[in-house]
Design a protein around this ligand. Structure first.
Ligand code: MGD
Ligand code: MGD
Ligand code: SF4
Ligand code: MO
Length: 696
């Protein structure tokens, strides 16, 4: 490898910030600014800046591990791969193909996610595959599909944000979760636009806002309906747009009119004057946007909630027009691409439906198999985890750490322990990998080439910058070897570009069409926005890609957007005498997700050393708890203990816990796996708890 800088991208969140990496003589890698990438223009958060620390052999897995007499011990690759093939083969023979489960991740590159979906359906013949993206943006995806006929997180590039008139940011704390993106919102305000933040906590993001609304967790649906009511009552609808570009207005209008502002105030705790001010700020400028993140989406009514926000955009003519629209801020590194190419339970590559005969025919032809051999849709992520040890007896897991990140985690941990066989591919020994029968150490971002698709729908080339240590193989090599051992000796290449060439063909003609994208183009153009079709999957395709969607028509059959009639409903678990407080969960800037990677970085641990319970001074006083005292949070699922962090920035009826840690302070011990009926998203953002002082 030459000692020159390789332009590449961060391993973590969906911004996919650009950075340069240069191998250093001592085997480490030096990171430097890459100003040419427009999303971050060189800026990085602490996680991105310290990501090379996880490449060190000090913290990562360096050898395959197999369980022997109860403990994990180093083994050769041959032995480890043989054991996995044997575990999967035996399960299939004894219990049928659907007894083998596969669980993927939205951090995996497009090439890996595509290959994992193909591996499940072609090699294992199982319908039982899903991934952690179900826990992430599935509600927004479902609502976007319903309303627009297509799900791409943002239908416009981030660079449009500074030029719009007003942005309503619903349940996003991007100052902590995507820090470099704050620049776009600062520029919006410098340009005279306004920012409204809706969050039960006065977060670092809310502090930047012109208006902060702090609703009770789980009431965003009512809030959006109340705003739409006022839009109608104040005559602020765009009738011509509604007539020409939408259908279904009458039913949606009737539902909104049933949500009187005073009624909405009682449900949400947001006052009628605040509602009126929000409507004024949103409707007065020429253009405006609504962006949602996990706050309103991770609810058992997340799909309807996002639907209500989309209705607000449609009624005011603020979708599919320049500088206006609804968008979802997708979370994981490949949160967008990871949901398009077939690791989802109901999906084939190119965002095709597994139940669509034409889609099955097209993809089966690319794969060289009989369409009838492809299984049907399987279970959603939580339902899959809940079936471990009963219907599903062996699991292959790649790119997730559900022992920490799944809802009702103690139960999920028990289900995982009850499996006949568990194989995990990871870069570190995560809490879930520690339970496996076989663990395979795989290459990471800087050590392998692959594509990711960021939250804007921009497909990127994440380039290999350094050589992986000896004894490490890539996920693609693992799937190649396993396929071979399970009797499929073709169709699982180990070269990412070869996989991408196949993905181009498999996605051609589908909603997420990548056929006009090549590695060459990605290297030259700083990313290409899908859909990017091509007449013939040519070597030198010319379609420019599609940074902005829906300006001419929506992706529905008649080209019109669909209003969805939605009404407020309670959360799955409302507070009562026994559990009188609401728990919500989320993130802090210096840890990432289950923490498997970032808890191995000293600098990040110094900044965010462990879990905490954020609570209001009034609640703390009632408990007699002082700052830093351990407090117990108890739900119907279990009990977690962590130090109190007392702040008036949170509602007095709500406590907040970040979910990055295992053990006693694990937030997901408490969370409720109540699922949204459409997206099957668990209700991470609200459950009923009791808070107790812990006697020291
Ligand atoms: N530092 C860091 N950055 C990350 C990640 C990480 O783990 N750490 N993960 C990445 C991923 S995968 C994702 S999905 C994104 C998530 O990015 P965000 O959605 O910004 O993150 P969260 O902290 O989960 O939730 C955002 C806010 O929702 C608020 N909230 C809670 N309940 C409600 C509610 O009922 N209604 C409303 N309106 N708001 C509510 C919380 O108080 C919180 O401030 O971040 C990405 N970036
Ligand atoms: N209470 C609560 N729980 C939540 C949430 C919440 O807001 N509140 N948010 C949910 C959301 S939005 C998400 S996205 C999930 C995320 O939660 P998880 O699915 O647990 O995500 P990560 O911690 O990123 O786990 C990724 C794992 O894959 C490994 N890994 C990284 N790169 C690779 C690779 O290339 N190959 C392989 N094989 N492994 C790799 C990492 O080391 C890590 O162990 O958590 C969900 N859980
Ligand atoms: S904001 Fe996201 S992509 Fe950018 S450096 Fe931080 S973690 Fe990486
Ligand atoms: Mo996520």
């Amino acid at each position: 490898m030459q000692n020159t800088a390789t332009p590449t991208h961060c391993p973590y969140c969906a911004l996919q910030c650009g950075m340069n990496l240069t191998p250093a003589p001592d085997g480490t890698v030096e990171l430097s600014e890459r100003a040419d990438f427009p999303v971050n223009r060189g800026a990085l958060c602490g996680k991105g800046r310290t990501a090379p620390a996880v490449l060190s052999s000090r913290v990562r897995l360096t050898s395959p591990l197999v369980r022997s007499e109860g403990t994990l011990v180093p083994a050769s690759w041959e032995e480890a791969l043989d054991r996995i093939a044997e575990g999967l083969r035996r399960t299939r023979t004894e219990h049928g193909p659907d007894a083998c489960g596969v669980f993927g991740g939205g951090g995996l590159t497009n090439e890996k996610a595509y290959t994992l979906g193909k591996f499940a359906r072609v090699v294992l013949g199982t319908s039982q595959i899903d991934y952690n993206g179900r826990f992430c943006m599935s509600s927004a995806a479902a609502a976007g599909m319903k309303a627009f006929g297509l799900d791409r997180g943002l239908p416009f590039p981030l660079e449009d944000i500074p030029k719009t008139g007003c942005v309503i940011l619903v349940g996003s704390n991007l100052a902590e979760t995507m820090p470099p993106s704050l620049r776009f919102f600062n520029e919006l305000r410098e340009n005279g636009g306004t920012l409204i933040v809706i969050d039960p906590r006065r977060t670092k993001t809310a502090e930047q806002a012109d208006l902060h609304l702090a609703p009770r967790p789980g009431t965003d649906l009512a809030l959006a309906l109340g705003l739409l009511h006022l839009v109608v009552a104040e005559g602020r609808t765009d009738e011509e747009y509604i007539r020409e570009r939408t259908t279904g207005w009458e039913a949606a209008r009737a539902e909104a009119l049933a949500h009187w502002p005073e009624y909405v105030e009682r449900i949400t705790g947001v006052s009628v004057p605040e509602l009126r001010e929000t409507v004024r700020m949103f409707c007065e400028p020429e253009s405006a946007m609504v962006l949602t993140a996990r706050g309103p989406e991770q609810q058992s009514k997340g799909t309807d909630t996002v639907g209500a926000w989309i209705n607000l955009c449609l009624a005011t003519g603020r979708a599919g027009r320049p500088l206006s629209g609804y968008g979802c801020l997708t979370g994981q590194g490949n949160g967008q691409g990871g949901r398009e190419h077939g690791q989802k339970a109901d999906q084939l590559p190119g965002y095709r439906k597994l139940t669509d005969p034409e889609a099955r025919r097209h993809v089966a032809e690319v794969w060289g198999v009989d369409p009838d051999s492809l299984p049907g849709p399987g279970r959603s992520a939580y339902e899959l985890l809940d079936a471990l040890g009963t219907d599903i007896r062996a699991l292959l897991l790649m790119g997730s750490n559900p022992v920490v990140s799944a809802p009702r985690a103690a139960h999920v941990e028990d289900r995982i322990k009850s499996l006949d066989f568990l194989a995990v591919c990871d870069v570190v020994l995560s809490e879930t990998a520690a339970l496996a029968d076989v663990v395979l150490p795989v290459t990471q971002w800087a050590e392998e080439t692959g594509t990711t698709t960021n939250l804007e729908g921009r497909v990127l080339l994440r380039r290999k910058a350094i050589t992986p240590p000896d004894g490490i193989r890539s996920d693609l090599e693992v799937m190649h070897e396993l396929a071979d051992r399970l009797g499929v000796d073709k169709g699982f290449p180990t070269d990412p570009e070869e996989v991408f060439e196949e993905l181009r063909r498999a996605s051609a003609g589908g909603p997420a069409d990548y056929s006009g994208i090549t590695y060459r183009r990605l290297a030259e153009e700083n990313g290409v926005f899908w859909p990017c079709p091509t007449e013939e999957p040519a070597e030198e395709p010319t379609h420019p890609g599609t940074p902005r969607l829906f300006h001419d028509r929506f992706a529905t059959e008649d080209g019109r957007a669909r209003f969805v009639p939605v009404a407020h409903r309670a959360t799955a678990e409302e507070p009562d005498d026994e559990y009188p407080v609401l728990l919500t969960t989320g993130r802090v800037v210096s840890q990432y997700q289950s923490g498997a990677q970032t808890r191995r970085v000293d600098e990040l641990n110094a900044a965010a050393p462990g879990p905490f319970v954020e609570l209001h001074p009034r609640l703390a006083a009632r408990l007699g708890a002082a700052e830093g005292d351990p407090v117990a949070v108890v739900s119907r699922r279990g009990r977690a203990v962590a130090p109190a962090r007392i702040t008036s920035a949170i509602r007095p009826d709500t406590v907040f816990m970040p979910f990055h840690w295992p053990g006693e302070g694990r937030a997901n011990t408490l969370t409720n796996p109540a699922l949204d009926p459409t997206s099957r998203m668990p209700e991470f953002k609200v459950c009923a708890v009791r808070v107790e002082a812990v006697q020291g």
